[in-house]
Design a protein around this ligand. Sequence first.
Ligand SMILES: *Cc1c(COP(=O)(O)O)cnc(C)c1O
Length: 387
Amino acid sequence: MKVVYLDNNATTAIAPEVFEAMTPYLTAQYANPSSQYSFAHSVREAVETSRESIATSLKIKSSELIFTGSGTESANLAIKGVAYAYRSRGNHIITSEIEHPCVLESCKALEKEGFEVTYLPVNKEGEISIEALKSAITDKTILISIMFANNEIGAIQPIKKIGDIAREHKILFHVDAVQSVGKMPVFPKELNVDLLGFAAHKFYGPKGIGGLYIRNGVRLEKYISGGHQERNRRPGTESAANVVGMAKALELCINTMVEEGEKERELRDYLETELTKRIPECFINAKNSNRIPGTSSITFKYVEGESILLSLDMYGICVSSGSACSAGDLAASHVILGIGVPIEEAQGTIRFGVGKYNTREDIDKVIEVMPKAIEKLRMMSPLYNVK
Ligand SMILES: *Cc1c(COP(=O)(O)O)cnc(C)c1O
């Protein structure tokens, strides 16, 4: 059975060009980039050329970019690193209720150590309120951490406005840009962002590598002990293959960003139009927000997301209910609850992530299968029958 992969917000397929660029560093060029002999020089050079290429794409200096193991690690390093380094200045952090678990859990871990965290609510389009942000700021606030685009509903936050406020109050600003880098222009300096994280596997690069922009002058306390790699901020031998792969993947995305975005938006809109036409009692989340192009979150009343997911799985269709990180627990997604969907409806939410390898035939398959699947589930649902 052909797999219809519509979960590109969870991870993406590695692009063939990326795999090709990585191969030499998985085979012949295996030296440790930190070694002194000539055999290692070309590996170090590949790492640094890749760093420069990514830095140029983000309009930052290569000295401001370090490599990590994932998007999760980038967020942990940024948030905990800043919190520990600036503890003497204050203990207050501001974030939002709909962040990825890597941000929320980092904040919760800090709360156990005496930090205070404000979780800003969002409106039904998934956006924080600038006024609420301003009034949350105290003279103890050291960090604001707000995501660029949400992984479940695609909503984009007003990053420039937040950055201006942070800069004005001399508060550091961290942005989880894992769903944005590779999909839209991201220039942290123009947005007054001080720290910004991303992950290659969300834009057709390899898994196991992330990046973190740290503006020159920002102090970070590292929490992994070891050698002096990555400007003494992230010890451990760099994976040259992954670094080269991430640079190649970003280059490809940037070269095709505009056409790709248009294509994905068209496929997503087609999917949303047809599903809402053919299936009663469903609605699109954050529909009127400024969304990243490929993301669609739809809530189907009187059914459970898990059951929909499993029904689609029988046809080889891959989607997500909630985020991959929270899938498996039956609680409704904090993001869908955060935008004000009542808990009993929130559980019936499916996220589609359209990506560059999707075709119109993929969407047609979903349109064909899903109305019948939902109808069948609803017939068995006690919630539907008492209606
Ligand atoms: C996927 C994702 C992460 C986590 O990245 P990993 O590389 O999987 O650790 C963080 N934030 C957002 C918005 C994501 O979509």
